[in-house]
Design a protein around this ligand. Structure first.
Ligand SMILES: *Cc1c(COP(=O)(O)O)cnc(C)c1O
Length: 359
């Protein structure tokens, strides 16, 4: 059977009808990868899985929400969409807008988005404006514009984005045959943690799963408003996708945390980079820095014996932990080149090359 994207696969859970024109790039259906090295590092009977969302069509999970948001915009006869973006929302919006012949307008914080993401939005022909301010300022502008002009907002404030993004939790449950015990993920504007939790609750209500995971969210230390309990005026982190000082879905993220008995904590940029390198070197998975925040969080909690203390299942089977890897490493090639040693230049002769290899 051919795969036709998240709307077709999970149609009964989504707000679409036969009148909705489905705009899809066959997003979703991403692999849940068994992480042998990380599982071993946990020390105990743990199974760590990595949900590699970097393999979506534009390289991040944003595509799951965008297929629904853009399909509904087309159903509503919209002619233009707009978003504020730290990069991946704009890449996704631009691609789905191109596919459906909608005008796409993007407001990005000046100088604060990764080059790979900017090149995507440019390639897909979006109108891009770099706002001389941070993400939160760009989002405020976009909110105001959509209240006054006939242009559809496609940030995660758009409920269709959350609807589409919840399909990732369905996939995890379908793959494991159960919900995981814990789910670890980065938190920026907090739409995604909201979406996953909504998805798990809906699957539980349908009887597809019989337990819910504890939701463990991680912000970057320099952009951790939820952890600190107040908005952060000038958020700072190398993880540009989660460099957000006043998350739009703040309350709902806290709700996911509290209802699930989980937590929202923070990791430093150094911890993020360490996890970033480990994922690439030991698991063979290249992610962007924001995605590595989930694994940095996993390692931080493991060090504090969190998982052993909070294990709820008494059945004799490994504790399943799923880390969400939200975006691809190629999104931010500058970071890789800055973080990992660049290649050494050698003379173009066999002797020099063999010497470096060690033969
Ligand atoms: C958008 C994004 C996030 C943050 O998701 P929120 O829904 O804003 O919390 C994390 N990682 C990547 C790669 C993203 O693109």
């Amino acid at each position: 059977m051919s795969y036709n994207g998240v709307i077709e696969r999970y149609r009964e859970y989504l707000p679409v009808t036969e009148n909705t024109p489905i705009v899809t790039l066959k997003e979703g259906n991403t692999p849940l990868i068994n992480a042998a090295h990380l599982s071993k590092l946990m020390g105990g009977d743990f199974q760590v899985y990595l949900k590699y969302e970097g393999l979506n069509p534009t390289g991040s999970f944003k595509d799951r929400g965008m297929t629904v948001a853009i399909s509904k915009a087309c159903e509503d006869k919209a002619t233009a969409v707009i978003c504020a973006s730290t990069g991946n929302t704009s890449a996704s919006a631009a691609a789905y807008a191109a596919k459906s012949n909608l005008k796409c307008i993007v407001l990005i914080p000046k100088g604060a988005i990764a080059l790979g993401k900017l090149s995507q939005a440019l390639a897909h022909g979006a109108l891009i404006l770099a706002v001389d301010g941070n993400f939160d300022a760009a989002l405020d502008l976009v909110r105001e514009i959509t209240q006054k002009y006939p242009v559809t907002l496609v940030n995660s404030l758009n409920p269709y984005r959350i609807e589409g993004q919840k399909t990732a939790s369905f996939e995890i449950c379908d793959c494991l045959g159960t919900a995981p015990d814990f789910q670890v993920m980065p938190v920026g504007n907090a739409g995604n943690i909201t979406a996953y939790w909504k998805g798990y609750k809906e699957y539980n209500a349908k009887g597809k799963i019989t337990k819910l995971p504890k939701m463990l969210g991680f912000q970057a230390e320099g952009a951790a408003p939820i952890v600190r309990g107040h908005p952060v005026k000038n958020p700072k982190t190398i993880a540009s996708a989660i460099c957000i000082g006043n998350p739009a879905s703040w309350k709902r993220a806290e709700q996911a945390r509290d209802e699930s008995g989980g937590l929202i904590d923070m990791v430093s940029d150094a911890e993020i980079l360490q996890a970033y390198k480990l994922l690439a070197a030991k698991e063979g998975i290249f992610v962007e820095p924001a995605s590595a925040a989930s694994v940095a969080g996993l390692l931080k909690l493991a060090k504090n014996n969190y998982f052993i203390k909070h294990q709820t299942s008494n059945i004799k089977q490994p504790i399943r932990i799923v880390c969400i890897l939200t975006g691809h490493g190629l999104k931010d090639p500058d970071r890789a080149i800055k973080t990992i040693k660049p290649p050494k230049v050698v003379k173009a002769n066999m002797k020099a090359v063999l010497k470096e290899i060690g033969y």
